[in-house]
Design a protein around this ligand. Structure first.
Ligand SMILES: *Cc1c(COP(=O)(O)O)cnc(C)c1O
Length: 365
């Protein structure tokens, strides 16, 4: 046991880490999700034994039985968060405890083991302790962290697995938009949905993403960036995008609407926006929000702005919404003032440029 208590923690340093000049070049201009740091964190859970064999080791291929349950029945969950380079050169995380909590909510829904929250944070600290130099310092860039857990037991029977693997890998990420956010063109899927009542919509699991790929491809075919999913019962109310939550701003009333939780993913950015918008004098209402209302209020101008949010793209304005029955624009297809203000507020907090009055940041170096 070490000070952070990770069970059997071992370090296997990389024998040939990336040379510093090569690393700097990779970090300066990363292509998202293609470059990974030198190390990864791995830990195993076995029934009757619990978590064990925590290891920081060279990033590389896994050994997995072809019968590993995840490959057949998709028992897999993940998280996504970022490590930011602060102006003083330190490294910080944003609301990482919320990611730790959410991983466990996902684990519960998917019949997977609980991971103590302090071990989630410790696993990230251990990885950043060896690979901290991979955290970029250019504007809006970060080191994307991907903790995930899957059923690694070799067994083809259908039941929760008796062995799971937990990993953390890290990938440098540039600003999502090079020249400021470009308003999104959204495609409304009126044929497919991502999650129904009682399903796994609130869990961050790979299966939800598998279900979203075909409708996402349909969105691209229609010249759009992202798909909007409607509720799976009546196809009336807006749920969310494939990987982002949605907000609707009514400037005159200073009210912000967002779909209520249930079948959607409880985003941490979404939750932070509740606090920041309230502090800016807006009222946030979690409620059913219909596609018909979205169209009518965008056309009348009552709806002043709409935006999507998530860790990857932070806050992104919605420009155009297309569906089988035509299209409409929000705010003339332009990024709105409130959207851009919120975006700046959250970016300043995440990157350690504004004072953290909410206890949201976790300094790791
Ligand atoms: C991860 C995710 C989000 C955004 O959550 P954040 O915690 O804000 O990154 C939204 N929708 C889906 C489906 C997601 O998987």
């Amino acid at each position: 046991m070490t000070s952070d208590g990770l069970p059997d923690l071992r370090h296997e340093p990389h024998p040939n880490p990336t040379p510093a000049d090569q690393r700097r070049a990779l970090v300066a201009d990363p292509v998202f999700g293609t470059v990974f740091t030198d190390h990864m964190f791995q830990m195993t859970w076995t029934e009757g034994r619990g978590w064990h064999s925590a290891t920081v080791k060279p990033y590389g291929p896994l050994t997995l039985s072809p019968a590993a349950a995840v490959l057949h029945y998709a028992q897999e969950i993940f998280e996504g968060l970022k490590a930011y380079r602060y102006p003083d050169g330190g490294i910080g995380l944003f609301r990482a405890e919320a990611n730790a909590r959410r991983l466990n909510l996902s684990a519960q829904r998917m019949a997977m083991p609980h991971l103590p929250e302090e071990w989630f944070l410790a696993s990230i600290r251990e990885l950043l302790a060896v690979d901290g130099d991979w955290v970029p310092s250019q504007e809006e860039a970060s080191l994307y962290l991907r903790p995930y857990m899957f059923a690694s037991e070799a067994f083809l029977g259908v039941r929760p697995a008796k062995e799971f693997t937990y990993l953390v890998i890290a990938s440098p990420a540039a600003a999502y938009f090079k020249n400021g956010p470009k308003p999104l063109n959204l495609w409304v899927s009126e044929e497919f949905n991502r999650a129904g009542p009682g399903g796994t919509g609130a869990a961050k699991c790979g299966g939800n993403y598998a279900a979203s790929l075909l409708p996402q491809a349909e969105a691209i075919e229609h010249g759009c960036d992202q798909v909007v999913f409607l509720d799976a019962v009546k196809y009336e109310n807006v749920d969310e995008l494939g990987g982002m939550n949605l907000f609707f701003a009514y400037e005159n009333e200073r009210v912000l609407y967002t779909p209520k939780l249930g079948t959607i993913l409880p985003g941490i950015t979404r939750d932070a926006i509740f606090t920041l918008a309230t502090e800016a004098g807006w009222e946030v209402r979690e409620t059913d929000y219909s596609l018909a209302r979205w169209r009518d209020d965008a056309e009348s101008g009552a709806l002043s702005e709409a935006f999507a949010c998530g860790t990857a793209a932070v806050i992104t304005p919605v420009g155009t919404v297309k569906g089988r029955n035509g299209e409409f624009k929000v705010n003339g297809g332009e990024a709105g003032k409130f959207t851009m203000q919120l975006r700046q507020t959250i970016l300043d907090l995440q990157h350690g440029r504004a004072e953290d009055t909410h206890g949201w940041t976790v300094k790791v170096a």
